[in-house]
Design a protein around this ligand. Structure first.
Ligand code: BTN
Length: 250
């Protein structure tokens, strides 16, 4: 899989741009922008995208993925995104890891634990277009950007954690290497690696779906979603946002 890189100074959203390119028939591209004026997150939230962060989207062809990987499990691409981001950021946090920890919060957030508080370092928004046969995997990483006051209790950056600036393009290249290596692993290997770094398994959580909110303890995650032990028995939820709750919030 070869990926061409397009580097922009400013765009509303690299996901929106890739989505347009996808409809125009383009594939196998990474669009990276220094700034996003309308960065979007999951559940239509805003993604702060000031200069200094790493904001990029990968435009992938679904048929090519199925052929190259002999695999119809498109859901794996999502897991590949978070696993590869986790592995990339994990190598840049040597000093921090002596005082804190890093992991993947279901489905796609990379979270660090600083002084007993979970803070988001990176988020992923994947958007699929089945008719046109493409997937856009959009990744935002707080690198050297200043964290906006509105989210400073729940988000952090590599610079804040390590006390120095980082080369965004070195990080992007490391990510691409990790992504390409993981791309050819089989489903079980990807899931096993993902689960090893999951901070959601074993936690008491609230999963918010378009229809309902369900609380329970997570006992497994797989390509079909999250598996919870609730007061009303075992529940399996395929889509939703997941909030980690403290035990005393039961
Ligand atoms: C989330 O955690 O809610 C997902 C955040 C995804 C942000 C990235 S930044 C690059 C790409 N372009 C966007 O507009 N969003 C994604």
């Amino acid at each position: 899989m070869e990926l061409d890189i397009i580097h922009l100074k400013e765009i509303d959203s690299t996901n929106k741009y890739c989505y347009k390119l996808g409809k125009d028939g383009k594939r196998n591209l990474i669009v990276v922008s220094d700034v996003q004026t309308g960065g979007v997150g999951r559940l239509e939230r805003k993604w702060y995208s000031d200069f200094g962060g790493l904001y990029f989207s990968i435009l992938l062809d679904l048929e090519e993925f199925k052929k190259e990987c002999k695999n119809d499990n498109i859901g794996k691409l999502n897991f590949l995104g978070s696993l590869s981001t986790y592995e990339t950021l994990n190598c840049y946090l040597e000093d921090f890891k002596t005082v804190g920890s890093i992991g993947i919060k279901f489905p796609n957030d990379i979270i660090v634990n600083v002084e007993n508080k979970d803070k988001k370092l990176s988020g992923i928004l994947s958007e699929i277009n089945i008719n046109y046969g493409f997937l856009v995997l959009g990744i935002g990483i707080n690198v050297n950007n200043k964290i906006n006051d509105e989210i400073k209790d729940i988000a952090t950056s590599l610079k804040e954690l390590e006390g120095r600036e980082f080369d965004r393009f070195e990080i992007l290249n490391k990510f691409i290497d990790n992504f390409k290596n993981n791309y050819f692993l089989n489903d079980d290997e990807v899931l096993k690696k993902y689960k090893k770094h999951s901070i959601t398994i074993g936690k008491y959580v609230k999963v918010i779906t378009p229809k309902e909110e369900i609380k329970g303890t997570v006992f497994d995650i797989d390509y079909n979603g999250i598996h919870l032990a609730t007061n009303n028995g075992i529940k399996h939820i395929s889509v939703g946002d997941c909030v980690h709750l403290r035990k005393d919030k039961r």
